[in-house]
Design a protein around this ligand. Structure first.
Ligand code: ASP
Ligand code: MG
Length: 449
């Protein structure tokens, strides 16, 4: 068995759906299960419709309705499907009317609202695949064992799902059915619809693959895989052939928007390989995410940057060795709802970074009582994801590159996972640093290998 997940842009319209049917057909002998996102930008459109109902009291499902009905017409689907789609659209209309009436949009309602995207897409897709000869059948996640907590908008799957999912799915696969399952959504123990966070259908797919001990999870996107860098900055950026789960997870957190950050977790537990492929470019080999790489691989997998960052240096005004200083600093950040990205400490000081859009005035006042606080805006984080065992080589080469460019590194941190080495430079230097590092580690690295 394999799991094939297709993202929104891979199933955006009638033509893309037929194309996806072809991809599934080519691997039918591997007994696929298909996980789908909402079509195109449907999730955004639903959220916009919810906002409009909430703020203006307007109920408009036109955009969503029109698109889905048009796709069905183009695919010339049998009228039976209409019977499944129409009631969903009516239910969506009722929900928006409710929001407009009481002018309330709670996280719980928001999850219910966006769930329609995936529920519509699997039904239309399954009908399309069936009409092309695939024995496909649509399923909502809760009918195949997806149980989550009630943390609406970013729910976590419960342990029970590990048993429930294979219990439901294996018999379907054995019966020769190609299940087409909604990504992104689940249900809590009270029967409320929940979602796993934006981009969460990746996690749905890896969860099914891991729980059912599938051969692999294929995640079909609209890019050639995980890239060595941001192609808008580095022209030579190219897909990475293989990365470890840890590296992929770090990359997801650090802005490489390829996979949902939590998507690695289930497959990491079971060692199930994840393959990132491009549905717009089937011939491209894609990126393989696996437990470990062979020794001959390059030291660095990818280089990314996070722009527009603020660096805060906090120096204790109390005696050295005083305990509780860090606790005080971090609890002040927590009280002001400020999320810290990078941290580096010494005996008497701590440096940390945040995204620049945070308002720091109240925090500064509070911390000033126990420390001197220096806030520097206009910084960027440069992150190198690479082989744990070669961190000394990576650090040496990275700092040599910065030295050659005449750029001062202002803070460094090697994440607890050790696959991530991050440092701070001025925002206007970040592009040059990334380009030079890419040249050294990828172009240069290849020549010397
Ligand atoms: N449709 C959801 C989103 O756009 C989930 C997903 O695509 O993975 O975030
Ligand atoms: Mg989407």
């Amino acid at each position: 068995m394999i799991v094939m997940k297709f993202g929104g842009s891979s199933v955006a319209d009638a033509e893309r759906l037929r194309h996806v049917a072809g991809i599934i057909q080519s691997q039918l002998q591997r007994r696929p299960l298909v996980v789908l996102s909402a079509m195109g930008d449907t999730t955004d459109h639903l959220l916009e419709a919810g906002d409009e109902a909430f703020r203006q009291g307007n109920v408009s499902i036109e955009q969503v309705e029109k698109h889905h009905l048009a796709v069905m017409r183009k695919l010339k689907l049998p009228t039976g499907v209409q019977k499944e789609i129409k009631p969903l659209l009516q239910e969506l209309h009722r929900l928006l009317s409710g929001i407009a009436l009481i002018r309330e949009l709670t996280p719980r309602t928001r999850d219910q609202l966006v769930s329609f995207g995936e529920r519509l897409s699997v039904r239309i897709a399954a009908a399309c695949f069936s009409s092309l000869g695939i024995n496909a059948r649509a399923f909502d996640a809760w009918d195949v064992g997806f149980l989550s907590n009630s943390n609406f908008t970013s729910a976590e799957l419960l342990e029970e799902s590990w048993e429930k999912i294979p219990e439901k799915i294996i018999p379907l696969i054995k019966a020769g059915i190609v299940p087409v399952v909604t990504g992104f959504i689940a249900q809590d123990d009270k029967g409320n619809i929940t979602t796993l966070g934006r981009g969460g259908s990746d996690l749905s797919a890896t969860m099914i693959a891991a729980a059912c001990q599938a051969e692999e999870a294929q995640v079909w996107k609209d890019v050639d895989g995980i890239l060595t860098s941001d192609p808008r900055i580095v022209e030579q950026a190219k897909p990475v052939e293989a990365v470890t789960y840890e590296e992929a997870a770090e990359l997801a957190y650090f802005g490489a928007q390829v996979l949902h950050p939590r998507a690695m977790q289930p497959c990491m537990k079971t060692g199930t390989p994840v393959l990132v492929k491009n549905s717009y470019n089937i011939a491209a080999p894609g990126t393989r995410i696996i437990p470990s790489l062979d020794k001959k691989s390059l030291p660095v997998r990818a280089i990314t940057t996070r722009r527009n960052v603020t660096l805060i240096d906090i120096v204790s005004s109390r005696m050295m060795g005083q305990h509780g200083f860090l606790a005080e600093v971090f609890s002040a950040f927590a009280r002001h709802n400020l999320s810290i990205d990078m941290v580096a400490t010494s005996e008497v000081s701590v440096s940390l970074t945040l995204d620049s859009d945070s308002d720091l005035s109240a925090l500064k006042k509070e911390l000033a009582k126990v420390a001197s606080v220096d806030i520097k805006t206009g910084k960027a984080i440069v992150t190198i994801i690479g082989n744990v065992k070669r961190s000394s080589e990576i650090l040496a080469r990275a700092f040599r590159t910065c030295q050659l460019l005449g750029i001062t590194v202002q803070m460094i941190s090697q994440g607890a996972s050790k696959v991530n080495i991050s440092f701070i430079v001025n925002d206007n230097e970040a592009a040059d640093v990334i380009k030079a590092l890419h040249l050294d580690f990828f172009t240069g690295g290849k020549e010397s290998a």
